[in-house]
Design a protein around this ligand. Sequence first.
Ligand code: DSN
Length: 478
Amino acid sequence: MTDATALSGAYRTLLDVIGKVEPRICQAIRDELTDQRASLKLIASENYASLPVLATMGTWLSDKYAEGTIGHRFYAGCQNVDVVESVAAEHARELFGAEYAYAQPHSGIDANLTAYWAILAHHIETPALTEFGSRNVSELSEADWETLRARFGSQRLLGMSLDAGGHLTHGFRPNVSGKMFHQRSYGTNPTTGLLDYDALAAQAAEFKPLVIVAGYSAYPRRIDFAKMREIADSVGAVLMVDMAHFAGLVAGKVFTGNENPVPFAQVVTTTTHKSLRGPRGGLVLATKDYAGDVDRGCPMVLGGPLSHIMAAKAVALAEARTEAFRDYAHRVVDNARALAEGLLKRGGTLVTGGTDNHIVLLDVSSFGLTGRQAESALLDSGIVTNRNSVPNDPNGAWYTSGIRLGTPALTSRGFTTSDMDEVAAMITDVLKKTTPTTTKDGKPGKAKYELAQEVADGSKDRAAKLLDLHPLYPGLTL
Ligand code: DSN
């Protein structure tokens, strides 16, 4: 990571300036750095952006409205935003080998909404408008619009189920994606926990979706996107891939060939802040056939682009082109494998039996705990994780039976495979010594637990030793 010594003075000045206006915010910024430095962060979707990326976000680019597209804005004076968006899109196209890139989405859900509406518009609106003759959109009658709305609302989407590792935005009913489409979800093989391509093909043949979504937020394995495209083609569906979790592994050339979604999917979405290690935001990549539809993200589902964030995306994408980033991406996967092996050899149970990406999904029911209890006990012990459902989870999405672990953040700090073995030892030591408290009827509860203070303190000491070996933003003193 960037040597931060030279930036320390600048950050101190900035914080003084902020502190004079609102000292509580200045303090929260300082405290967040202290907390991030002092925690063993294993949340699979988090990372540490570089100081150039962080610095790019804090500029006056934030002050400009620029609704529209590059060179075609609804506000005057957008020449610098045009440069910013063009550079971000150019880096994204080149890095991922995509025909088209759209840098405006503010988040992952915005990227997915942009993609869904682009696919709908591409497949529904154009034929439907043709059917209505050569009339301009503004000439359509209310009855014509009713017909169009009915067609949009009757389309089908098939995405991975939440408990198999899919994401809320892949058709989960409480999310807008599960309301704007007729949705069904595919799971994983109940014995192996792996994606079952034959079962998915059969389900797609029966359901006939317009969109098949591939991608995950808690599946610890790679996907064969050539097979996914074959399945989509066999039923005339569009393949959309949400690579938010593994975009850094694609950019870093860990996922190549059939594991790289870009040559196979018509539309690919991502966030930029997970394994890609950029600012909090989204991106959409597409083939040129879908470019015009994706370009309508604003005003279809997006408001004014966040120019300061698009600028930071450009900086992060420039970083991701380097040999150093490729090395980082490979180490992320090596570290996840070392963490998985460390847990397995100490008696842990892993969904799918291991990992070949950046995620490890530990089933904590073998420790007699719910995910909620394990998450809290680990937090007390200086280890930050998040609870997560396992396939067909008997404890549901709130208490869960799993803990999701990820290596992008610790790898950014320089953690090695032997450090990850020590992390695995710390996790199992804490979980083996955590016991659920019993409810009034004598059964184990799902939320409360007991963990001796000396166990938690001992684990925090071990965490501090590892963290001291790999400081965050070394040289940055506030
Ligand atoms: N919340 C992100 C994650 O943790 O995977 C996905 O949106």
